[in-house]
Design a protein around this ligand. Structure first.
Ligand SMILES: O=P(O)(O)O[C@H]1O[C@H](CO)[C@@H](O)[C@H]1O
Ligand SMILES: O=c1cc[nH]c(=O)[nH]1
Length: 243
C-alpha cells in the first residue's frame, strides 16, 4: 500500500488512465476493460486494473484539482513504478471553434497554479507539455476513428468558479478551454521522466453557456476513452519494438 492507495505492488498496471471523477473510472473499467478488478476504494478514489486488447491497463480516479491529482500521480510513479499516464477528463470550452462533446488533446497546459513557481522559484515560467509520441498517436487514432479532435493549449485553473480570470485574452492567445489538472500532471511527468497526455472532452462551453448532464460526463464520453485506450495500447507496442 502507498499512503492513499490500497493496491499491493503489481496490482496496478504500468499504464494508468486518470479521470477526475471516480465513477468515470468505474464506467471505463466496466465498459472497456476485460476482467476488471477494483484495487482501491480508499476515499472513494476508485481504481481498477484489467486488460484492453490484451494490454494490462489501470484506471484511477483522481478527484478534482492539481493537489489531489498529484497525490495519486506521484504515488503511482514513485511507489508503483508506472510509466504512462493519460488523463481522461472534462474541459470547459473557451475558443469559439470548440463545441460541446469535441475531444481536445492538450498539447500544453497554461496554469494559474503556484506549482510552477513552487517547483522552479521566481523568474522561470515553465511550460507544461504533453509527451509528443502520445500526442501524435492519439491525434492519428482519433482521426482514424472519425472523432472530431482539436489539439492545442488549454488552461489548468485552480478554481472552477473564476470570474476574475481574463478569458478573452486567453482565447486571443489560442487557449482552447479550461480544466483543473493537466499542468500538474505534465509537470510531475517531466520531473520523473514518464509519459503523460491529457485527452479531454468538452462538457460545457464557458462562453456560450452550452452544457451536458453530470451522468453524461460520467458515463458517455466514450470517444475520449477509446482514444486514450487505443493510445495506451499503441504506446506499449512502440515500447516493445524499442526494446
Ligand atoms: O471531469 P474531470 O476529469 O474531473 O475534470 C474536470 O471536471 C472537474 C470540474 O468539474 C475538474 O476536475 C476538471 O478538470
Ligand atoms: O474545469 C472545468 C472542467 C469542465 N468545465 C469547466 O468549465 N471547467
Amino acid at each position: 500500500m502507498s499512503e492513499h492507495l490500497a493496491a499491493k505492488k503489481g496490482e496496478i498496471a504500468k499504464i494508468v488512465l486518470l479521470p477526475g471523477a471516480p465513477l468515470r473510472a468505474k464506467h471505463i473499467a466496466n465498459e472497456f476493460l476485460t476482467d476488471p478488478v477494483c484495487y482501491n476504494t480508499v476515499r472513494n478514489a476508485l481504481g481498477y486494473t484489467g486488460t484492453y486488447k490484451g494490454v494490462r491497463i489501470s484506471v484511477q480516479g483522481t478527484g478534482m484539482g492539481i493537489p489531489t491529482t498529484l497525490i495519486y500521480a506521484e504515488e503511482l510513479i514513485n511507489y508503483y513504478g508506472y510509466e504512462v499516464l493519460i488523463r481522461v477528463g472534462t474541459c470547459g470550452g473557451m475558443a469559439p471553434e470548440i463545441k460541446v462533446r469535441d475531444v481536445v488533446l492538450a498539447q500544453s497546459a497554461t496554469t494559474d497554479s503556484a506549482i510552477i513557481q513552487n517547483a522552479f522559484g521566481s523568474g522561470i515560467y515553465y511550460a507544461p507539455t504533453a509527451d509528443f509520441a502520445l500526442l501524435d498517436e492519439a491525434y492519428h487514432i482519433a482521426k482514424s476513428l472519425g472523432i472530431n479532435v482539436k489539439v492545442g493549449n488549454i488552461i489548468s485553473e485552480d478554481r472552477f468558479y473564476n470570474d476574475e480570470i481574463e478569458r478573452e485574452k486567453l482565447i486571443k492567445y489560442n487557449v482552447l478551454g479550461a480544466e483543473m489538472e493537466a499542468a500538474g500532471l505534465y509537470l510531475v511527468a517531466a520531473k520523473y521522466n514518464v509519459k503523460a497526455l491529457a485527452v479531454l472532452t468538452i462538457s460545457n462551453h464557458i462562453i456560450d453557456g452550452t452544457s451536458t448532464a453530470a451522468t453524461e460526463r460520467e458515463r458517455s464520453f466514450n470517444d475520449m476513452e477509446k482514444v486514450a485506450l487505443e493510445t495506451a495500447v499503441q504506446s506499449q507496442i512502440e515500447k516493445r519494438s524499442d526494446e
